[in-house]
Design a protein. Structure first.
Length: 466
């Protein structure tokens, strides 16, 4: 072979090798046309979560070998994987591989390399500082993430209503990491720095008032401890705050929901507004009143059949949609059941809770509606000469969204006057339990109604699964 041909062959080989090298920036494409936006993930020693977006028409799955699975976990979503690394407390760097495979053939499509730095011997000397949080900063959600300089969560802030024999008010609580996860059983109440300890099984806590009410800054150390002054020998880094908002993607639809912690549960702080089941199939939409009340399938509509009401009021769903095996709640969450509403009613005001295991009474609580209702959108209560709005101290932000109506005079009713929420509990044939709030009452009403009515939907997840 001549020198010219040898030189040409060498150049071709070099170019081929160079262009096949992987990178953690830009799309990485396999021979199958399967794309990921990163094939290299780098983690600090303190771990955290990263996302890899996937573009493919193939059915695929993600796998870890046993060794990698001991420190790395993956969550497979529709068009991405969420990869979480645990804290590396060893002095050795970790490496692993995520294998993306074809469901049909089992063939490897793309391999994602993962690296994590070894523990820093000086990591205990670092602290993250943030200005004392205030209630006004909670704009997008009642839950905020506290992030380090690498974007990893080091603590979590809740704006929540605390109710016990020791306290009954809306406060900010701070929970730090323990074993790489947010420790929701122990925290600090701000601004005074009091200690809070939860028994999540009993949905109760104890609170010891602190003495730091005048503190201006919070310091979060790597061991999870919280102080209100800078300790000696600490390297201080400014923490960042990020609203914890649930992103619910179904087909081309992306819905975002504010969240709120109530006792041992996390609730959507707004009504569900999706047009799709969780499996991606469309929910039947409103056509006319006759069709709505005759259907035996799940269906949804926006109040007045007007999509302009979607963002503030959410959707109205019949009970068949609420309980469809296709799934209605966002992944991990569930549509609220009778027990969920009873749980928060008892937590928010146990002294005035009516124990009602068999749905016998119509009043579940005599007092708590005002702290659950939104601060706007309710009609004026002329009978009692006072606003119908609530104070929303619970953070649930229940808005007067009304319902569909069987009346021959109207298709929808109750906007500004009432809010209705389905539970997943059937009462009798063709009827199910719901919760109702009034503009002119302070109690929470529980009753049953025809499953074809269109009511609002709230979703919930237990704190230990969040």
């Amino acid at each position: 072979m001549g020198k010219k041909n040898l030189l040409l062959l060498g150049v071709v080989c070099f170019v081929s090798f160079f262009t096949s090298c992987s990178s953690d920036d830009g799309n990485v494409e396999s021979i199958e046309g399967f794309k990921v936006d990163h094939d290299l993930l780098n983690y600090e020693a303190n771990g955290g979560k990263k996302e890899v977006k996937v573009t493919s028409k193939l059915e695929w799955k993600a796998e870890l070998d046993e060794a990698t699975a001991s420190w790395l976990s993956i969550e497979r979503l529709v068009d991405k994987i969420v990869v979480e690394a645990k804290v590396n407390e060893t002095t050795e760097e970790r490496v692993g591989i995520i294998n993306l495979l074809s469901n049909e053939t089992g063939k490897s499509l793309v391999k994602i390399n993962v690296k994590q730095l070894a523990a820093d011997n000086n990591v205990g000397n670092k602290a993250y500082q943030l200005a004392m949080p205030t209630k006004d900063m909670f704009k997008g959600s009642n839950i905020y993430k506290v992030l380090d300089d690498s974007g990893n969560e080091v603590a979590r802030l809740y704006l929540e209503y605390l109710k016990s024999t020791e306290i009954a008010e809306q406060r900010i609580t701070l929970h730090t990491l323990k074993d790489g996860k947010i420790n929701n059983t122990e925290g600090v109440v701000l601004p005074d720095g009091g200690a809070i300890k939860w028994d999540l099984k009993l949905n109760k806590f104890t609170y010891s008032k602190g003495t730091n009410a005048d503190a201006k800054t919070v310091f979060i150390q790597n061991d999870g401890s919280v102080t209100f002054s800078k300790g000696e020998g600490l390297t201080v880094v400014d923490a960042k705050l990020e609203a914890y908002v649930l992103e619910d993607k179904r087909n081309e639809e992306v819905s975002k929901y504010a969240l709120v912690k109530i006792g041992g549960q996390i609730w959507l702080a707004e009504n569900l507004k999706t047009k799709y089941y969780l499996d991606g199939s469309p929910i039947n939409s409103y056509k006319n009143k006759q069709d709505w009340y005759e259907t035996t399938e799940g269906a949804y509509v926006f109040y007045d059949n007007d999509i302009a009401n979607k963002d503030v009021m959410g959707g109205l769903y019949n009970w068949m949609a609420a309980t469809s095996p296709k799934g209605l709640a966002p992944k991990g969450f569930r549509v609220t059941g009778h027990k969920d509403w009873a749980t928060i009613a008892y937590y928010l005001d146990p002294a005035n809770f009516d124990i009602d295991d068999i749905y016998g009474g119509s009043r579940e609580s005599e007092t708590i509606a005002p702290i659950m209702k939104s601060t706007s959108g309710w009609l004026f209560d002329s009978g009692n000469n006072k606003p119908g709005d609530g104070n929303n101290l619970s953070g649930l932000n229940i808005y007067a969204c009304g319902s569909t109506s069987e009346s021959k005079f109207m298709d929808f009713s109750g906007k500004g006057r009432q809010a209705y929420f389905w539970t997943t509990d059937e009462y009798e044939e063709k009827t199910a339990m719901f919760r109702r709030f009034y503009y002119d009452e302070v109690f929470v009403n529980q009753w049953f109604e025809n499953m074809n009515y269109g009511y609002s939907i709230r979703c919930v997840i237990d704190l230990d699964k969040f």
